[in-house]
Design a protein around this ligand. Structure first.
Ligand code: BDR
Ligand code: CA
Length: 319
C-alpha cells in the first residue's frame, strides 16, 4: 500500500476523501494534517476526528497546523461548506483527540520514520505543506511526490480564474511547486467532472449502513450547495477524486506542463499553465520568470472514477 499523509480542511468533500483513503487497500494513511480553509482550524480538526469515528478507523494521528494563510487574512468558505464545514451533516461528538503537537511536526516525524518514501496528498490550501518544506527541508529526501487538489488550466471557482485552495494561499502553493518534489495537479479541469447521480445519493441517504448514509448526505450537500451560485458543485466527489488519481492514474489524461502561480493582480491565485507543444522563447530564455514542471490532469473517465469511489466504499450496488 502507498504510504500517504493527508492534508485536509474538512470540508464536505475532504470528508469523502478521508473515508475513501481509509477504505482503499492500496492506501496506507499514516496521519492527517489539518489546516484552515473550508472552515476554521478548530472545526476542521473536530470534523476530521468525527469522520474517523464514522470510518471506525483505528488510531490515526491527527494534528492541527496553520490557522490562516501565510500572507492572506483568514477567510470563510461557509457559503460552500456551511458553518460547520460539513454542510447539513450532523455527526456525534467524538472522544478522539488531536495530537498535542503541530501538524508540521507530525508530518516531519511520520516522514522521517517511514521506511518508504511518503506521498503527500494536499486537499486544502497548501499552508501546512509550505511550512513543512520551509521548516524541515530535509523531508524532501523521503517524499515520493505531492499530489494536490488545486488549480485549474481553465475556469476558476474562488474567482473567475483561480481555484479556492491555491487562491486561499497562493504563496504556499508557489513554495510547494518550487520545492523540487515532483508534483501532480488534480485541478478543477477534472474535479468539476466526477459526480455521482442524484438518485444514487438519495438512495444512500436511505441506507441503514452508517458509511452509506453519511456519504449520501455529503453528496447531497454538494447537490444542495449546488443550487444557486455554486451550480458547478452538483453531486461531486470532489477531493476524493485526487485519491482516485493516486490509485487509478489510468482513469486520467495527464501531461507534464510548465506551471506557475500568479501572485498579483486580479489573477492572484490562478495557476498558469503553458499548453504550447513547444515552450516559447519567453520561457526558454527565462524572460517569463520561474516556471516549474508539474504533471497536470486534463481529463478524466467520469464513470470509472464514480464506480471506483462507490466500490471502494462498498456502495457499488447503489449505482
Ligand atoms: C477545493 O476547495 C474546497 O472547497 C474543496 O474542499 C476542495 O479542496 C475545491 O476548489
Ligand atoms: Ca478541501
Amino acid at each position: 500500500a502507498i504510504p500517504v499523509i493527508l492534508d485536509v480542511d474538512t470540508g464536505v468533500d475532504d470528508a469523502m476523501a478521508i473515508l475513501f483513503a481509509l477504505a482503499h487497500p492500496g492506501i496506507n494513511v499514516l496521519g492527517i494534517s489539518c489546516v484552515a480553509g473550508n472552515a476554521s482550524l478548530e472545526r476542521v480538526v473536530e470534523n476530521t476526528l468525527r469522520i474517523l469515528d464514522v470510518a471506525e478507523a483505528p488510531h490515526i494521528p491527527v494534528a492541527a497546523g496553520a490557522r490562516r494563510p501565510l500572507l492572506e487574512p483568514p477567510r470563510s468558505a461557509a457559503h460552500v461548506h456551511g458553518e460547520s464545514g460539513l454542510g447539513t451533516l450532523q455527526l456525534p461528538p467524538t472522544d478522539r483527540k488531536a495530537e498535542p503537537i503541530s501538524s508540521i511536526d507530525l508530518m516531519h516525524r511520520l516522514i522521517q520514520a517511514s521506511p518508504h518514501p511518503v506521498t503527500l496528498i494536499g486537499l486544502a490550501p497548501q499552508t501546512n505543506l509550505a511550512l513543512l518544506l520551509r521548516q524541515y527541508p530535509d523531508v524532501v529526501d523521503n517524499i515520493e511526490r505531492i499530489v494536490f487538489m488545486g488549480g485549474s488550466t481553465t475556469v476558476g471557482n474562488a474567482t473567475a480564474v483561480a481555484e479556492f485552495n491555491v487562491w486561499h494561499d497562493p504563496e504556499a502553493a508557489a513554495i510547494v511547486l518550487d520545492s523540487g518534489v515532483p508534483t501532480f495537479m488534480y485541478g478543477l479541469d477534472v474535479f468539476n467532472q466526477v459526480s455521482i447521480p442524484e438518485r444514487v445519493a438519495l438512495a444512500l441517504v436511505q441506507s441503514d449502513s452508517t458509511v452509506a448514509h453519511v456519504v449520501g448526505q455529503l453528496l447531497n450537500n454538494r447537490i444542495a450547495l449546488g443550487s444557486g451560485r455554486n451550480a458547478e458543485y452538483t453531486g461531486l466527489i470532489g477531493d476524493a477524486g485526487a485519491l482516485c488519481a493516486l490509485v487509478d492514474p489510468r482513469g486520467l489524461t495527464t501531461r507534464m506542463l510548465p506551471l506557475r502561480v500568479q501572485l498579483s493582480g486580479y489573477g492572484r491565485g490562478q495557476t498558469l499553465v503553458d499548453k504550447r507543444t513547444h515552450p516559447g522563447e519567453d520561457i526558454m530564455h527565462g524572460l517569463a520568470g520561474e516556471w516549474e514542471a508539474a504533471e497536470v490532469a486534463l481529463d478524466v473517465d467520469v464513470d470509472r472514477y464514480a464506480r471506483l469511489f462507490l466500490d471502494t466504499l462498498g456502495l457499488g450496488s447503489a449505482l
